[in-house]
Design a protein around this ligand. Structure first.
Ligand code: NDP
Length: 396
């Protein structure tokens, strides 16, 4: 029925390709393209059905345009890095193809992710009658859809939102990141930020924490307040929102390693001179750290990502928790990737299914909470990410 072009053959690309290949009634033709073709071919070999593979530099718009023209996809699914977002959107506009990604644009030389650059494409996508879906991963992605679902079914007004991302998995490595180390470390070492009473409040990096008791036997974990990109669109799209925060769990061991790397300058994103050559320390560090894809067979335990929401329904206050639990080992067994890649890749494919089947239609640039959450959440469960909801008493 639909032709899908996937760009990026990393940890997330691996899951997206497996899951899209499973959806053979929806995606009749698939191409996986990335900077290193061997990585695409390696993934293609794991599948039960044939797909095409190609090499592309997604920072080169003419190269992207030529690839899109030759394959003629109905949708381009971008799981390369955030630096490539605008180039891929440009190529989609030039060729008249819909676009989907899982992370918002970030300039290479500035650790600053914001939607402003991609929102600026609104009129151009509208004029061409095209749809761009931003942030169809887990967070951003499913967390936004959880909020839209809560708003649609359980609340007249949402006043407080805490998105809590827990990775209770263990890979046995002294220090490793679960997705692209460069993107991950840039995000974690940035200042924290949350929304309160109509404005952003800034905090020092990882300076606020809380203990939260997670379900399904995970128990108490320490969570740190961070800025995360979905907050930017959610504070605009949730009616009555007064406070919105994002929290992520980190072990003491992880934070100690990060502190040392930061103190010695290894997380810097500006070029430094090294023996007559310019190197960017964080890019060099990425080469030394374990490839997130290599953690797949090593990781045991679960992730739990969800939203704690407080608000009003029929004049009464209520508190509600909606979440997903995902098991690292089960993910590896199914698609040879750990749960962080799985929880990002599955929603990307579900978003793609919504678009190519016409369940989600529109022209312009959309954040995912602007679309109907019901068909997405139904398909999400069917594709391996079931979710739970519970009403909480005030003390929880
Ligand atoms: P990886 O680093 O594992 O993979 C990135 C892939 O993109 C690699 O195959 C890489 O190629 C390829 N790539 C990089 N630059 C280019 C380029 N110029 N042209 C073509 N291909 C390129 O990252 P992940 O798979 O972990 O993450 C993929 C995306 O998912 C990122 O944008 C990340 O921010 C996002 N993400 C979103 C989450 C969410 O919940 N919303 C959670 C986790 C990740 P090569 O192998 O040659 O380097």
């Amino acid at each position: 029925m639909a032709r899908l072009l996937i760009i990026g053959a990393g940890g997330v690309g691996q899951v997206v390709t497996h899951k899209a290949a499973q959806a053979s009634d929806v995606f009749t033709d698939i191409m996986l393209a990335s900077r290193t073709k061997e990585k695409c071919d390696k993934i293609a070999k794991q599948l039960k059905r044939p797909i095409q593979t190609a090499v592309v530099d997604a920072d080169n718009v003419p190269e992207l345009v030529a690839l899109i023209k030759s394959f003629k996809p109905d949708l381009v699914l971008n799981v390369a890095l955030p630096y490539q977002d605008l180039h891929i959107m440009d190529a989609c506009l030039e060729t008249g193809v819909n676009y989907l990604d899982t992370a918002n644009y970030e300039p290479l030389d500035e650790a600053k992710f914001e939607y402003k650059w991609q929102w600026a494409y609104q009129e151009r996508f509208k004029e061409k009658g095209l749809m761009a879906l931003l942030g169809s991963g887990f967070d951003p992605g499913v967390t936004n859809v959880f909020c839209a679902y809560a708003q649609k079914h359980h609340f007249d007004e949402i006043h407080e939102l805490d998105i809590i991302d827990c990775n209770a998995g263990d890979h046995g490595q002294p220090f490793a990141t679960n997705f692209n180390p460069e993107i991950n470390i840039r995000e974690i070492t940035a200042k924290g930020r949350y929304w309160e009473r109509g404005e952003w409040v800034e905090t020092d990096p990882l300076s606020w924490s809380m203990n939260y008791k997670f379900p399904d036997g995970i128990g108490y974990k320490k969570c740190y307040l961070m800025y995360h990109e979905e907050l930017e669109s959610l504070v605009l799209n949730l009616k009555g929102i007064k406070r919105a925060r994002f929290w992520m769990t980190f072990s003491d061991n992880y934070l100690n390693h990060l502190k040392v790397l930061e103190n010695v300058g290894m997380t810097r994103i500006d070029p430094v001179d090294f023996k007559g050559q310019k190197i960017v320390p964080i890019q060099f560090l990425k080469e030394l750290l374990p490839d997130p894809a290599s953690l797949g067979p090593l990781t045991k335990g679960k992730t739990c990502i969800g939203c704690v929401i407080k608000g009003i329904k029929d004049g009464k206050e209520r508190k509600y928790y909606i979440y997903n639990i995902c098991d690292h080992e089960a993910c590896y067994k199914e698609v040879q990737a750990q749960a962080i890649s799985y929880t990002t890749g599955v929603p990307a494919v579900v978003g793609a299914i919504m678009m190519v089947t016409g369940k989600w239609k529109g022209t312009g640039v959309f954040n995912i909470e602007q679309l109907d959450p019901d068909p997405f959440l139904k398909t999400l469960s069917e594709y391996g990410l079931p979710w739970n909801e519970v009403f909480l008493s005030e003390s929880k």
